[in-house]
Design a protein around this ligand. Sequence first.
Ligand SMILES: [Zn+2]
Ligand SMILES: [Zn+2]
Length: 347
Amino acid sequence: MRTVNGWAAHTPGAALAPWRFQRRELRPTDVALRVTHAGLCFTDLDSVRPEPGPARPELFPLVPGHEIVGEVVAVGSAVTAFAIGDPVCVGNIVDSCGACEACRSGDQEFCVQFPTLTYAGRDRHDGSMTQGGFSDEYVADQAFVYHRPATLDPAGTAPLMCAGITTWVPLRRWEVGPGQTVGVIGLGGLGHVAVKLAKALGAEVVGFTTSPAKAKDLRDLGADDVVLSADVEAMAAQRGRFDFILDTVPHPHDLSPYLTALRFDRTLCTLGIVPELRFNPQALLFGRKRLAGAGSGGIAATQEMLDFCAAHDVTATVEVLPIAEVNTALDRLAAGDVRYRFVLEVG
Ligand SMILES: [Zn+2]
Ligand SMILES: [Zn+2]
């Protein structure tokens, strides 16, 4: 076994603390990477500080972190795609069944047997619990390890592995590009990357925000226009403007004004994990609009996204903290006090 130093919550709600634990020895197709940076996603916060509900103490001790950047330090005997020293990344899934309809179509994130999560998942071979990237080393099958373009800032690359791929897949699925007007709702970890990606894809990008203070931020990120979503008149004036709208807001809100803002036969895709969605069905029906969902991405899409980001010099806008300050980062993320993603220096 490989002894690793990480940061774990030992019980639900507990602060993260240093924890020495074991990772598996390399299987023939495994890659071990020295982790240098790991992004802090809202899912990490939710995992270590779960909302009141059915507790899952069996998941603890839990090492979060699924936006992982590092360098290869060892490879299994059958690894051909990676060599020691290669810059690499790992995202939020690390295995899947490989045989189901979703896996065969390259959408491993929707494996019908459920993909193996990067942490708090069950390894498909030995049944052990996976532990995440807030640790000095990670081990994964080479199929779920990605070549990291060396030209990109490593810290800014980390959030691409969750926020980036999660927004990239719908932008590609609905063929966002030149000549289109795309709306992005919300300006957090996901939304700010979505603005950058949609802009790099050549679309006219419009940011929706509740906060006048964020209007300038949106323009600085590349948005061509900003609409204050609390302004009823401004929202009504958007009728029929958009070819595609990506909703990244993680709390309940009324989708009707956004559906109305779509052009005929266009799509609004929601990414926020919310307890419920509200909309007037007439806003969907009139104009044959579509309401869709997405989340994360498969192997090919993830590498495509990284290569696109290298070609267009896109990275997340991050605040970097040493891993020893992870609890401060969690507190500030819980308070919404981050522009726009924390990345922890792990090495
Ligand atoms: Zn995430
Ligand atoms: Zn599958």
